[in-house]
Ligand binder design. Structure first.
Ligand code: PLP
Length: 379
């Protein structure tokens, strides 16, 4: 039996979402732009799905635009905000622990003459508001701060960032990459005070290939893709109705069981911390605070890729860091200034509503076995 403990990388599609996608593909498959009944039905369903995802996020349907993934949402938000602010300045503030979907567009903008300040985290894996306050300038046009860090689970002070921008009186728009926060920590875009916020379907048990961008009412972003005028002319391309239906079904299910899921994952995290630190020699929790679905640990002296492969052979799946790094050393652990021996041994364990204590027990046993068999030969 497989034990999947890498839910921050992606999640299995939940049955409600798979059923909704199948229905959209086999029955509601019309083009929402078509004038005949098959089309108007698809358009009606699309409107309902937008409403459903918006309700789960806590915003108005008119504030939510579907994209193909979290990466697209991040790219659109950053490029769009910079375009809107082009007459006001050329300075951007973000954090050194953002996902590549934020860092890479920022680096591209640097090559075009923008100045980007990257805020470093402290040893607690979080970014201090004071650092942001010091970085803000009259020409700062964008602040991009993630809600939950995908490798550490830390919850960044996004609402405080909104306040800091207001206090500084600079023209910056605030974007938040909430891909790891949506339905994992309670929030609404309004409570955070953000202008733009990215989410992604495959982190909440919908299929890959669907995401959304929240754009605060009153803000008109420049279009992401030009073409047939779908998504209010902002993001053309025939709508991915099956993925959208699945996204809505997953969001609705997640919204309804949010309180229960959060306490389930918090209890599992607590159990995992106790079970793993007691059973596996040398194992340390890297950061215990933060979102309940992510637990970074380190096995000092081990190579995490080796441990990941060892566990995989036992049918236990965890990450050696963000799946997006594909074996490259993580910029997040580097930003934490961990000693190399600790950094090399980092594993990320991540939970979901359907993770069980048996999964954690299997991991503990797998790691105990790894400690016996791998150490010290492969360290
Ligand atoms: N932002 C964060 C924090 C993520 O964890 C990820 C995916 O791992 C992304 C953005 C990218 O989302 P997507 O895979 O939907 O492009």
């Amino acid at each position: 039996m497989a034990h999947y403990l890498d839910n921050a990388a992606t999640t299995p599609v939940r049955p409600e979402a798979a059923r909704a996608a199948l229905e959209a593909m086999t029955e509601g498959w019309g083009n929402p732009s078509a004038q005949y009944v098959l089309g108007t039905k698809a358009a009606g369903r699309l409107q309902e799905d937008r409403q459903t995802v918006a309700q789960a996020l806590g915003c108005e349907p008119e504030e939510l635009w579907f994209t193909s993934c979290g990466t697209e949402s991040d790219n659109w938000a950053i490029r769009g905000a910079v375009e809107l602010g082009r007459r006001k300045g050329k300075h951007i503030v973000t954090t050194a622990i953002e996902h590549a979907a934020v860092l890479e567009p920022c680096r591209a903008l640097e090559r075009q003459g923008y100045e980007v300040t990257y805020l470093n985290p402290g040893r607690d894996g979080n970014v201090a508001l004071r650092a942001l306050e010091e970085a803000l300038r009259p020409d700062t046009i964008l602040v991009s701060m993630m809600l939950v860090n995908n490798e550490l689970g830390t919850v960044l002070p996004v609402a405080g960032a909104a306040q800091a921008i207001r206090t500084a009186g600079c023209p910056a728009l605030l974007h938040c990459d909430a891909v790891q926060g949506f339905l994992k920590v309670p929030f609404t875009p309004g409570e955070l005070g953000v202008d733009l916020l990215s989410i992604s379907g495959h982190k909440i048990h919908a299929p890959k290939g669907i995401g959304a961008l929240y754009v605060r009412k009153g803000l008109r972003l420049p279009p992401m893709i030009l073409g047939g005028g779908q998504e209010g002319g902002l993001r053309s391309g025939t709508e991915a109705t099956a993925q959208i239906a699945a996204f809505a079904a997953a969001a609705e299910a997640g919204r309804k069981s949010l309180a229960q899921d959060l306490s389930h994952m918090a209890a599992l995290k607590e159990y995992a911390v106790k079970r793993l630190t007691a059973g596996v020699p040398g194992l340390q929790v890297l950061i215990g605070e933060g979102a309940s679905h992510i637990l970074p640990i380190t096995l000092t002296g081990y190579k995490s890729e080796v441990v990941v492969r060892f566990l995989s052979d036992l049918g236990i799946y965890v990450s050696s860091g963000s799946a997006c790094h594909k074996g490259k050393p993580s910029h997040v652990y580097r930003a934490l200034n961990l000693p190399k021996k600790e950094r090399d041994g980092v594993l990320r364990i991540s939970f979901s509503y359907d993770t069980t204590r048996e999964d954690v027990d299997a991991l503990a046993q797998g790691l105990e076995q790894a400690a016996r068999q791998l150490f010290p030969a492969l360290s």
